[in-house]
Design a binder for this molecule. Structure first.
Ligand SMILES: Cc1cc2nc3c(=O)[nH]c(=O)nc-3n(C[C@H](O)[C@H](O)[C@H](O)COP(=O)(O)OP(=O)(O)OC[C@H]3O[C@@H](n4cnc5c(N)ncnc54)[C@H](O)[C@@H]3O)c2cc1C
Length: 305
């Protein structure tokens, strides 16, 4: 069944994180009409970063920056050129003369080009080869956890960088985080090794199961790097495995799941974290979003420059 187009604009921008917002602001400044599609909160991941690093402008926290960027979107949506659409995109298709973005409610939006800036999403244990968890176990991500979410003995699966962010965001919280660290996270674990709230447990494999005693909680069976088995009991288990790209159907993905900008349809531009695991910073997300809008304005040469 062919679905009908319900909206036309110069540029469709999927994702209102730092990358998508920068694309929208740049498009507006160039006089282009854009539709910014956001499934969650305007500001994206910023809402969950308790302590910011690497950001010019002396921004201390993600929510403060997110509020400022949301104000930019509120300002430009008052000009009739930018429209904010609440919805979840499921696919993007480039054609000779236009692009189509399909939403999960069946709408299909069309435009001359699209910027896809959907970022990354939390990697679940099921997506790794070193963690086994019972079906249905939802280990909440560390980077969203408040200190009051940590009950009793806390184990963290994986030593990805949100660990350092969490420790910096909560400098006065005196809780021990028992961090199960696979070899591939060793270099990130080294960045927090001097924090005495972190107890690093180098492992090669981990199996999490419900504890058999009546108080509930979890039993964790860990295999050390030398093959020794150790059992731990945890009241709280948090996921800190890292991320995987939130790619839409229709995009070209590399072997790691990311979407290289230079391999897409010429009318489909990729910005922000979705490009590569190597460029996941707010300022590069903003730069790539602004560049994507400029690339569309001047032709596609800037995309591969
Ligand atoms: C804990 C933590 C700490 C960090 N600390 C720093 C730091 O100190 N300094 C730094 O530079 N970077 C930091 N980062 C990285 C930074 O947050 C990212 O690089 C940045 O947010 C990427 O911006 P983005 O716009 O590409 O993606 P995101 O911020 O992830 O935004 C993507 C947006 O797309 C939306 N979206 C996703 N899928 C769809 C869909 N299908 N349809 C519609 N909308 C969709 C999402 O809801 C979201 O709003 C940190 C990240 C984390 C998790």
């Amino acid at each position: 069944m062919r679905m009908t187009a319900v909206h036309e604009t110069n540029l469709l921008i999927v994702g209102a994180g730092p990358a998508g917002i920068a694309a929208a602001v740049m498009a507006d400044s160039l006089g282009m009409r854009s539709t910014l599609i956001e499934a969650g909160q305007v500001g994206g991941k910023l809402h969950h970063i308790g302590a910011l690093e690497n950001m010019p402008g002396n921004w201390q926290t993600g929510p403060a920056l997110a509020d400022a960027l949301a104000a930019d979107i509120a300002r430009i949506t008052q000009s009739a050129r930018c429209r904010l659409l609440r919805g979840c995109a499921v696919r993007v298709d480039g054609h000779d003369h236009h692009v189509e973005v399909g939403l999960d409610d069946g709408q299909v939006l069309t435009a001359a080009a699209a910027v896809v800036a959907t970022g990354v999403t939390t990697l679940a244990p099921q997506h790794t080869d070193w963690v086994t968890v019972p079906e249905g176990l939802w280990a909440p991500p560390l980077w969203r956890a408040c200190p009051e979410d940590l009950h009793g003995v806390t184990y963290v699966i994986g030593a990805d960088r949100p660990l350092g962010t969490w420790l910096r965001a909560h400098p006065h919280v005196q809780r021990t985080l028992n961090v199960l660290c696979p070899p591939e996270d060793d270099y990130k674990a080294a960045e927090v090794a001097t924090d005495d709230r972190v107890r690093l447990l180098p492992v090669s494999r981990v199996v999490v199961m419900e504890a058999r005693h009546s108080q509930g909680g979890w039993e964790i069976r860990a295999e050390s790097r030398s093959g020794e088995q150790t059992a731990y009991v945890a009241s709280t288990v948090l996921n800190n495995l890292g991320n995987r790209p939130s790619a839409l159907k229709g995009l070209v993905q590399g072997s790691d799941g990311y979407c290289p900008p230079d391999q897409q349809h010429p009318r489909v531009l990729i910005a922000g974290d979705l490009r590569s695991a190597r460029f996941q910073r707010i300022i590069t997300a903003q730069g790539s979003g602004a560049q994507a809008a400029l690339a569309r304005y001047y032709g596609t040469a800037l995309v591969t420059a």
